[in-house]
Every structure is written in structure tokens, then in C-alpha cells.
Ligand binder design. Structure first.
Ligand code: ZN
Length: 310
């Protein structure tokens, strides 16, 4: 059976220490992997998620100390949305005031309460209150009480000039279907996916193209259970949409292919396997700097150039 939904979201950040303070302390996510950008090993790659680092909870960052700010535009992710128990919205509104996090007043969107906020790089985030998820497991190793903790992704919204070609791929390849329209938003949902099952397409004709930088989402990864499921998605993209992906790349904790969807957003298809407990115990995920085998012999040099985190 096909497993659907978002696997992870990867974004660009400014200073690593500030990023860690915001996502680890203020939002209470677990650092599930501390590694480097395999293509630029002098830069961290942080993975935040739930206690286990489950697909659908993973937000990753490439923090560059001197990254120029991005400019939101058409052809990229407008907002990344977390889910919390419905009763937790008040806690978060209060926490954002207390922690001086820029935020808006809560609004209703598709009948759900949405609280939008920004991270220190200006990245657009929000939390949605979802009824009935109080009993879902959450990371408890932070100052955020477990009853209010983030329970993975609700979804993302993408800014596109024309929804139809992007919507066709969401439906045909990733198991989503259109479930409603509100203002300039078209909502797609992946039925049966517990996490990261919403993609909103926001139709934005007059926007300038995006300029990626700090605060920008770099790409969205969708789940494939394994290599065979990924191959089937690659085949559908080619045969039904005329889109070719990259060759498969080994990201150590999952295996990935990438393609630019017709609305210009960079999409990835990432396998659920092997997961983050591949190279360290589940109890101590994210504590030690992990390097892929090919970079291990350069560890001393890499550790010397990475910025201090404390
Ligand atoms: Zn990725």
C-alpha cells in the first residue's frame, strides 16, 4: 500500500545557534540528527522532529552564519504548518508573546484555528489546532508541556501561478485529492496519511519570482515507503507528466530523488527507510555530530570549521 504525506521540509537559516534555540527550546522540537550538508561539509544540517524522528515530523535546516534573507515569491513554499492539540492554541499565543516571537492573531481557515508566526529568519510558520490528537505521542524533553507540544506537520502552502499542473501531480503521484477552496487557496489532502497530509495551493499571479535565502523553504519531500514505491512514483511522473527526476541520492537516513514541479517548487521523494536510528541509539538522537562514512576521516577538520552551538 502506498504511504502518503509529507516526509520532511528543508529550509535555509541564518546562524546555527539561533536556529537551535528557536526550534529546540522555543518550539520544543527534538533535534533528531546533527550532521553536515553532504555537499558543503563546513555547514551544519539540522533535523528536528518528534521523539523518534518519524516521517511527517521532520523539519531540516541548512544554517549559514551569513545567509542573506530570502524574498518570498511565486514558485516556492509560502508557509510551513505544524499541528497541535486544539486546546493548545492559547498556550502558544501566550508563549509567542512571552518569547517575543512575531505572530498574528489566530484566524479560521477551512474551519480550523490557525496561528501564524515567524522564526528569527522571518520564515513563515503556523500552528493549527487539531481536535482529538491529545493522546498522540510528543517529545517531552523540553520546557513545552507535553499536552501543548507540536505533533508533526499539518502541511504546507505553496505559492503558484497556476494550480492545475501542480494539483495533477499531487493527485496522480502523491495520493492527494482536492477537498475544498477558500479565497485564493485550493486545499489538497492525502487521505489515510496521519501527518503532513495537507497541501494548500495559493494562486498568486502578480508576485515576483522567489529569491531563496535565509527564511526560505528550499524543498518539500513527500514520502515513499521504500525504493519500489519511489520507483513507481518516478515512473508515473515520467509517463503521465513528462517529468524526469534526478538519479537516486543516498541521504544516509533516507534515499531521495528530486524534481522541479510545474509551479517551480522543488519536490523530493524520500523513502521512509532506513530512518534516523541508523547510526545512533534512538534514546540519544541528535546529541553527537554524525558524519556519513565518506566524511568520517575528515571529522577533525570539519569540527574545527563548524560554528559553536553553545
Ligand atoms: Zn530533502
Amino acid at each position: 500500500m502506498q504511504i502518503n504525506g509529507i516526509h520532511h521540509v528543508t529550509a535555509i537559516a541564518g546562524p546555527a545557534r539561533r536556529n537551535l534555540d528557536f526550534y529546540g527550546r522555543v518550539l520544543g522540537l527534538r533535534m533528531v540528527k546533527k550532521t553536515v550538508n553532504f555537499d558543503d561539509p563546513g555547514t551544519y544540517h539540522f533535523y528536528y522532529g518528534d521523539a523518534a524522528g518519524a516521517p511527517g515530523t521532520i523539519l531540516t535546516f541548512f544554517p549559514w552564519e551569513h545567509a542573506a534573507p530570502g524574498r518570498l515569491g511565486v514558485g516556492e513554499t509560502q508557509e510551513t504548518v505544524f499541528r497541535v492539540p486544539a486546546g493548545a492554541i492559547g498556550y502558544w499565543a501566550h508563549r509567542f508573546v512571552e518569547q517575543a516571537v512575531p505572530h498574528d492573531v489566530p484566524v479560521k481557515r477551512f474551519g480550523e484555528t490557525v496561528l501564524a508566526f515567524r522564526d528569527p529568519d522571518g520564515m513563515r510558520l503556523s500552528i493549527v489546532g487539531v481536535p482529538g490528537i491529545e493522546a498522540e505521542p510528543a517529545w517531552t524533553g523540553t520546557e513545552v508541556p507535553v499536552e501543548h507540544a507540536i505533533r508533526g506537520f499539518h502541511g504546507v502552502s505553496l505559492l503558484v501561478a497556476d494550480a492545475a499542473p501542480t494539483g495533477a501531480i499531487l493527485s496522480d503521484v502523491f495520493g492527494f485529492r482536492e477537498i475544498g477552496r477558500e479565497d485564493t487557496l485550493i486545499r489538497y489532502r492525502a487521505e489515510g496519511a496521519p501527518l503532513g497530509n495537507v497541501v494548500d495551493l495559493r494562486i498568486a499571479g502578480g508576485f515576483l519570482p522567489a529569491r531563496q535565502g535565509a527564511g526560505s523553504v528550499h524543498h518539500i519531500a513527500f514520502r515513499a515507503a521504500d525504493d519500489a514505491a519511489q520507483e513507481e512514483m518516478v515512473r508515473r511522473l515520467a509517463e503521465n507528466h513528462g517529468i524526469r527526476t534526478t538519479e537516486q541520492r543516498d541521504r544516509n537516513y533516507f534515499r531521495s530523488v528530486y524534481f522541479r514541479e510545474p509551479g517551480h517548487v522543488l519536490f523530493e521523494i524520500a523513502t521512509d527507510v532506513p530512518g534516523f536510528a541508523l547510526d545512533e541509539p534512538a534514546e540519544s538522537l541528535g546529541q553527537a555530530l554524525k558524519l556519513p562514512p565518506g566524511l568520517e576521516r575528515e571529522r577533525a577538520r570539519i569540527e574545527a570549521v563548524l560554528p559553536a552551538l553553545a
